[in-house]
Design a protein around this ligand. Structure first.
Ligand code: TIU
Length: 226
């Protein structure tokens, strides 16, 4: 059974039983002041536009019993999984592992590392802790997806051109069909957000499909069953 989602570059045939909604890095460290995003010099308020659309799709996916997966970017407290290049990069006063107002920056167990309350995982929803930008790198995400027979991913979260796009590319090369949630992603750089979405679906879907939350919700609630 599939439902048809109005998407770019053309309709996406979603099979809810083989799909997962993957919410990437909606952590306090990226969307609240004093976290990793702010330490990199960004205006974190720009990312908050994605929260309501993700929340709306999350409710519909839970009701439709679509697998929901959350990811968190972060590192072990002893920094043993933080490569030196990532640690050293940039000329910032505050780095990964340093103390901040929400605890140590981008460290597992710190307040800032946690997923925001609006999108907090429900029991049973896998949470993938990842040390890199892509959700497949050095994680068990692929094993979990293959084990459940998942072949399609709806991708949302932050930031569009960094962790969402890296995951999109990793998933594409692994044979997953991907749809990026247009208004459920956001960037500190609005022009990068727009370009990243165009890049995803250019060339008749070089990496996959792009659709707004309303199209996904409408397809799942009232969509024609094909
Ligand atoms: N800096 C930036 O745009 N993003 C990240 O560092 N990580 C994610 O995108 N999650």
């Amino acid at each position: 059974m599939t439902v048809s989602i109005a998407a770019r570059p053309y309709e996406f045939k979603l099979d809810p039983s083989r799909a997962a909604f993957v919410i990437i890095d909606m952590q306090r460290d990226f969307v609240e002041p004093g976290g990793f995003g702010a330490a990199l010099g960004n205006d974190v308020s720009l990312l908050r536009t994605a929260i309501a659309p993700i929340g709306a799709v999350l409710s519909v996916c839970r009701a439709a019993e679509i697998l929901v997966i959350h990811t968190r970017e972060g590192h072990r407290p002893d920094l043993s999984d933080l490569n030196g290049a990532k640690h050293r990069r940039g000329r910032f006063a505050t780095r990964i592992g340093d103390d901040g107002p929400m605890g140590r920056i981008l460290i597992r167990g710190a307040e800032g590392h946690e997923i925001i309350p609006e999108l907090f995982p429900e029991p049973g929803e896998p949470v993938i802790d990842k040390p890199g930008k892509g959700a497949f790198y050095a994680t068990d995400l692929e094993t979990i997806l293959r084990g459940r027979g998942i072949t399609q991913l709806i991708l949302a979260g932050v930031t569009t051109e960094v962790c969402v796009h890296t995951t999109l590319r990793e998933a594409n090369d692994r044979g997953f069909e991907c749809l990026v949630l247009e208004d459920g992603t956001a960037s500190y750089f609005p022009e990068f957000h727009r370009a990243a979405l165009e890049m995803a679906c250019a060339q008749d879907g070089i990496f996959g499909w792009v659709a707004p939350s309303a199209a996904v919700i409408s397809a799942l609630q009232t969509g024609e069953v094909i």
